[in-house]
Design a protein around this ligand. Structure first.
Ligand code: GLN
Length: 474
């Protein structure tokens, strides 16, 4: 229904003003989810719980204790722990797993009055760029039928794009919030590493993982970010720095802004429609008062290889706990302890996860450690230095999120390398730890295309302000 508010903020204001109750909103979202069940967006959705949460939100609104997200339904990626329902990472090995605690971000959302609205489908253990590597089956792209929704936060991007709920949380290790946002035509943001607590996020690559919001617009992303960001004593890697509120003022933020265009991000392989849209955006920023600066990130070529060594090494360690004994579903067919481990793991993990564990174990093994893992760590330092140097010349960097629009479902399924290479413009923000956001730029032959902005570490306020300017100039 067109007259209804579709954003997080718009919906919250409408509920607060008494225009609609949280229960009515939840009921309509449940109906819409039901009618769009074929998109395969949810790993689980418990309608009774959603109704109970919405009723509690209505009660809070009535007695004046409502938080900043009161009554707004928000979906959560299935690798973020929530009590009272399952958290499976879209993997057989965690089938039926119920966490005994809520993730920090989930506590924050509940405290803010949000109505938790289901767990979203994803590439298994967040390993993938297409939403196809899920034990629960492929998620469809609501913005481009027949094409992949991106990944790994496929369901979190699709649930917003399909207008089921106005916001969702995803996780981003190498682009998993930004790239599906780009493919589904929504906004997706990855905070600085350490900015958002990861307590209760099932780890993939611990030196890279961050949780971030997916929404229809920049303002809503900033709102969800403000709820989940900030120090958590329960996560030793969570930063103590104060969270600054952005001053969203549309195109005015472009005045005097130094926007860097990384030379190496305009290379071969970028779809002409994507580079054309970026050039148009750069010209508009300039016309609005920004200074466009040519910057260089000389180690860009090494980013994908570096990422896939570090991420898989960390994954092989993080996933060792899923052995059918400490964690994870146990095989029914084994005798001794080694057989239990081996069979539980080979039955429980999908092919892509097994490939990653093998790769990660290999690069960490003696004789190969120096050649791969240690070398990747050294290159990572060079990549970080590239970013430091570039940010001496500019305030934010503008680039593609993905070199191409979404590809057809099935097209790259058997070609892991082609899939990995598609992450070229997103993994560098994780390797360097900087915050980054993807915003829609429009369409090329009905397929969504997007731009990415990156800012220095902990400069999220500036990142949102610049993204808000791009949104206004679009
Ligand atoms: N596509 C990348 C990978 O498969 C990124 C995933 C992510 O950010 N979780 O590792």
């Amino acid at each position: 229904m067109v007259t209804e508010a579709r954003g997080v903020r718009a919906l919250r204001d409408q509920i607060r003003a008494g225009g609609r109750s949280a229960s009515d909103v939840a009921e309509e979202a449940l109906e819409r989810a039901e009618s769009l069940a074929s998109l395969n967006i949810f790993a689980s959705l418990d309608s009774a719980q959603v109704r109970a949460r919405a009723a509690a939100a209505d009660a809070a609104i009535a007695d004046g204790s409502a938080g900043p997200l009161a009554g707004v339904p928000i979906a959560i990626k299935d690798n973020i722990c929530t009590t009272g329902e399952t958290t499976t990472c879209a993997s057989r090995i965690l089938g039926g797993f119920e966490s005994i605690y809520d993730a920090f971000v989930v506590e924050r959302l509940r405290d803010a009055g949000a109505v938790l609205f289901g767990k979203t489908n994803m590439d298994e253990f967040a390993m993938g760029s297409s939403g196809e590597k899920s034990a629960l089956g492929v998620t469809a792209n609501p913005a481009a039928p027949g094409y992949v929704p991106g990944g790994s936060s496929s369901g979190s991007a699709a649930v917003v794009a399909a207008d089921i709920v106005p916001g969702a949380l995803g996780s981003d290790t190498g682009g998993s919030v930004r790239q599906p946002a780009a493919f589904c035509g929504v906004v997706g943001m990855k905070p600085t590493w350490g900015r958002v607590s990861r307590r209760g996020l099932i780890a993939y690559g611990s030196s890279l993982d961050q949780i971030g919001p997916l929404t229809h617009n920049v303002e809503d992303a900033a709102l969800l970010y403000s709820v989940i960001a900030g120090h958590d004593p329960g996560d030793a890697t969570s930063a103590r720095r104060p969270v600054e509120a952005p001053l969203l003022r549309g195109a005015d933020a472009a005045v005097g802004l130094r926007v860097g265009l990384p030379r190496e991000y305009a290379g071969a392989g970028v779809d002409p429609a994507v580079s054309g849209a970026l050039q148009t955006m750069a010209r508009r920023l300039e016309a609005a008062g920004a200074q466009i600066v040519d910057v260089s990130l000389p180690h860009t070529e090494a980013c994908v290889a570096t990422y896939y060594i570090i991420a898989t090494a960390e994954a092989s360690s993080n996933l060792a706990r899923f052995d059918g004994v400490r964690y994870g579903r146990r095989t029914e067919h084994a005798g001794d302890i080694d057989a239990i481990y081996a069979r539980s793991r080979s039955e429980g993990f999908g092919d892509e996860v097994i490939r990653r564990i093998l790769l990660g174990t290999f690069v960490l093994s003696s004789g190969y450690y120096d050649a791969y893992y240690e070398k990747a760590q050294r290159v990572r330092t060079l990549i970080r230095r590239d970013f430091d140097a570039a940010f001496e010349q500019c305030d934010v960097m503008l680039s593609p999120t993905s070199p191409t629009p979404p590809w057809r479902t099935g097209e790259r399924g058997d070609d892991p390398l082609a899939m990995y290479l598609a992450d070229i413009y997103t993994v560098s923000a994780n390797l360097s730890g900087v915050p980054a956001i993807s915003i829609p730029l429009g369409h090329s032959e009905a397929l969504p295309i997007a731009a990415q902005l990156m800012a220095p570490q902990f400069a999220e306020a500036r990142l949102f302000e610049a993204a808000h300017a791009c949104e206004a100039l679009r």
